[in-house]
Design a protein around this ligand. Sequence first.
Ligand SMILES: O=C(O)CCC(=O)C(=O)O
Length: 892
Amino acid sequence: MARKSPRSKSLNAKHQATGNTPPQRSSAGSESSAAEKDERASLIVTLRTSTSNQKLIQSFMATPTRTLPPRAAKRKNYDDVFAAFHAYKRPRKDESESPPKVQPFVQYDRGRSDQHTSFDQHEIDWDDTSSLSSVPDDLSLDGEADDGPSLQYRPFDEPITEASIEQNLQQQTASPQLTEDRSPTSFKAVSPVPTPVFECHIPEKVYLSGNPTPPASVASTAETVPDEADDLKSLAEQLLAPRNPIKPEPSGQPEVWADTRMELCETLYYYRSYHGGCYATGGFARAFMFANSSHSRDYMDGSVIIARAGGGMKRDDSGQMKMSKDQTEGATVSSVRNNMRQYNPVVIITADNNPQAQIQPPHPYCVLDYFKVTNVWWEKSEGKKILRLRFEKLNSKKTSWWQPKDTAEIAKPGTLDPPIVQVCPKCNRDSQQTYLQGWMCLQPDCENFWRFSSPASNDLRDPEEGILMYDPRFLKQHTPWPNDDSNLPLGSLNAELTGNSILGEDCSRAHWSGVVCPDCGRCNSRLDWTGWKCRNPQCSFEKTPPHALIPSSSLHDPFNPLSTSYMYSRDLHSPLVDMSVSFADNYRINRFTIPGVNGFITHMIANKTVVEEPEGPDAMFELLQENDIGLARRSMGHDHFTRHYVVNYGMPYKFIAATASSPFTESAAPITLARSRLNWAAQYLLSKEDTSKSLSMIRDEWKPKEFNEVLALGYLEDQKISYHDDGETGLGPTIATLSLGATGTMRIRMKARHFNGVSKAGVYDSEAPLPGCAEYDKRLQLQQELRDLEASDRKAYTQRLKAIPRELGLKSGGNAKDAITMTLSHGDIVVMHGAELQKFYEHSVDHTGKLRFALTCRYIDPESLSENDKPSYEVMPDEGDYDGTRLPMPGA
Ligand SMILES: O=C(O)CCC(=O)C(=O)O
């Protein structure tokens, strides 16, 4: 057993009032003269046989200074001696003598061998580090991040030290914020306000003999925690004590929290990562989330967090997530380096299943605070190179709510001696000592990377990962930043926006982002069109931001001016699609047909006469803003909601999300006005399709199956409806939509299944191929062969279906290009006709303005609805009598 000794003075030593504790650089050894070596050897042997470590230190310190390197001799504290002691080769007295007995390291018991610590369903065996790497990509970069501005990054292997901070600052001489005091050992960063805010001292590199490239053989560390480190070890044991599976309560409550990931990502501008554990955008990391994906050497306390930079993991045969190859520096780490260079803190969020949390987080997602990223360094885990990150709380004065209740933090950053920094004898670059077992070079391209050198020989040894124990001086170092102790806001300010300074501002992205409830801190998505409601049952916060009416007159596009003549077309289509154009009754009518598909798509482009007619699109657009028609984002299950707002009138419509329906009798005027207009438009177009029938004949045929449902969709800025079809049973086959407000873009493409001809399981789809699909000609040629085989040999047919995808190079992934892209202006109507259109093709709509509505009409066969879905009210027939042909003709 390692002996307990009273905590050394140095461990408790408080540093300068500034709290700055620059890492000290000790030597990795040097070539000494033979006499010096002998002298030191005898000294060390003497020291090792002495009974107490204190004695050892005293006698070592008392050694004539000529035998010590000048700087080491001047240092009068335990850690310097400890470092120098380990940096020096310990020679044997003579070759016959057995090597000095190395005190066996008592294995750090992180949970006792019989203890398996379970957190939720995540079974953690502390002795088996692999079980902790079982969740993918926890720190992987979210899709929204980009590579950011091209900045000059710090070389990837360079740890962050005061020297490198100084170097950064020197590189920023162009910045008006910084002026430098170029004295060799200090610098000052001066803010535009008169007081200097940041000062740190740059230690010089120290070599035992002053030789900058000491031979490898001299550098020496042991993979044990030496006796001399008893105090550090007992401190490390306290810091790294295994997390109790029954976690204590926190001492406080989070300022900001969320119940669901969607609410978190919609509310917090600094965390928009739906899948990854890091949100980085514009070249900077904004926030990290720590959940149950954890590495065995990850660490979290009230001020410091250590984590693996994510990515690079793959599921192995047993289903476990494992590093399959060395990690490489990706966009996340580049972003993090930018954060370090420019002192941008990141926000850290914990999920309630984070095994490193010392407490049980009170909500599924809790925001901790702003942290500095202080170190990025390389290690190895199970033979693969991994990147590690250290975070330190930015505002040391603010209490950490996640500190266990009724406990004090074991050691605050900056209260211990600084970490040991050694220069690698092989690559001549320095690294901090991260583990108590000894110093290792952390430069991934160095031969000596991640290896201890034996105390008794020149051998380099890989560390035994399971027993590594953080050096408290590394863990608890203080890395000064010029903006230390700033108090940055964690919440969103959306609830405070007034939104009326620019027309449409209250429809902006910020306005439909979530809010942090000012009463309870919960993140709340804006699920209602009218505003925010806190969904915490214990809270009654509501906010209905005032809406400034966007007048229809503001919709007019000066580059596509409205006129009473026929309007310009901005529709595009692939060469495969047939298009005809006609002009009639104030509409330009673009009609598209797709080969192989029964049906058509017609875009009726409205002119000024249509748009401005009484009770027409202009009036409807304004009425929809003035009336609350019950628009809301609908649940799609699993805490996901549609991105747009939706409400249904008339026959209930089971869209992707079950949508509440109301009778037409309770609807606002635009709903019934749109129904009447779209019933007219459909009949009008159908009469043009079949010229053998008069409009009144068409009307008689149409009436029993007239549109009996209106689905109103409301889109604020950046909202859209993704690719989908309207081909549910009992629906259609004619669907018509009136566009109101901002200009939309409707895209129509072949569904991936038909385009690729392969199911998700990789089996060929033997349906007749559609023109325009992948490998159309080859697939067409296979048709007869497949039909024959299907009839003659079922087994061979099935095998053939499995073989074809590879034969033709067909893949199940990948989407078809858009076949038709239509620009939908205010007042335009789109009519889609034909069940096959919905079966084989899908459509999406987005817009680039602030506010858009789409009113879509369908016929829903009441018999197709289950008893539960049938309406409790009567769906009244369309009593409107809209007739677009009554309008004055263009040019009239
Ligand atoms: O927003 C639109 O114009 C289209 C709406 C739509 O696709 C639908 O209601 O199915």
